[in-house]
Design a protein around this ligand. Sequence first.
Ligand code: MF3
Ligand code: CO
Ligand code: CO
Length: 276
Amino acid sequence: MVNYIEASSAPLKNTGAIRLYGPDAFEGMRRACQLTARCLDELAAIVKPGLPTDAIDRFVFEYGMDHGAYPATLNYRGYTKSSCTSINHVVCHGIPNDKPLREGDVVNIDVTYVLDGWHGDSSRMYTVGTVKRAAERLLEVTYEALMRGVAAVRPGARTGAIGEAIQTFAENERCSVVRDFCGHGVGRLFHDSPNILHYGRANEGPEMREGMIFTIEPMINLGRPHVKVLADGWTAVTRDRSLSAQYEHTVGVTATGCEIFTLSPGGLDRPGLPPL
Ligand code: MF3
Ligand code: CO
Ligand code: CO
């Protein structure tokens, strides 16, 4: 059985109940998510061959500090960086380091700012110089998969409708969907109920209701879906070393569909790709 609970009266821990947020929460989430989106916009002009990913991480930290926000990943479950930077066959949770980005790389940058207690969680793929057509195609497929998932959000439908929309599209494009990581409820907490699977069937999962807030963040591979986590305990890579991509939005369920809180104010939702 699924429980739904008015967010302001619920304890600040993940009890499995799904929080329903009101207008003030939506306003708080808009602000946190737009700060994250503006940071991701700024990074489009910064990401270049030769740049080490820890320079990206430093930018994310400083940008947060300059705008009164704290990076949620910093000291989260032993993670010590302000962002995740996942290059090429890294699926997610890549740890920024001093190695320079190389021409032809594709890198996901995932940022979560906490602003006034609200979590804004989003990630985008960035191209480093000119990338191969196969890489560009994977990025296009992954962004489209995310947006098909977003389009399935409406009260009354089940969360499985999101997964079905993503999986059907990605597999039709001869790509595969990573099963080991999922989207999540977000708001006052970084990772909350419900889990949002990026595969499955429309009749599965809890029913969506107005006031729910969660992320959709599909990881799509050119090869097989299987991943392994490296000895650092974080870095997830494709087992077959095939290219992997991810985009993430935070959305709130409205009466008629959803509001995408993390849309790019600068039209840079797909940096490095031709405009839609
Ligand atoms: N931002 C990631 C997400 O989309 C979570 C990163 S947790 C970390 O949920 F510890 F790896 F940073
Ligand atoms: Co997330
Ligand atoms: Co994220």
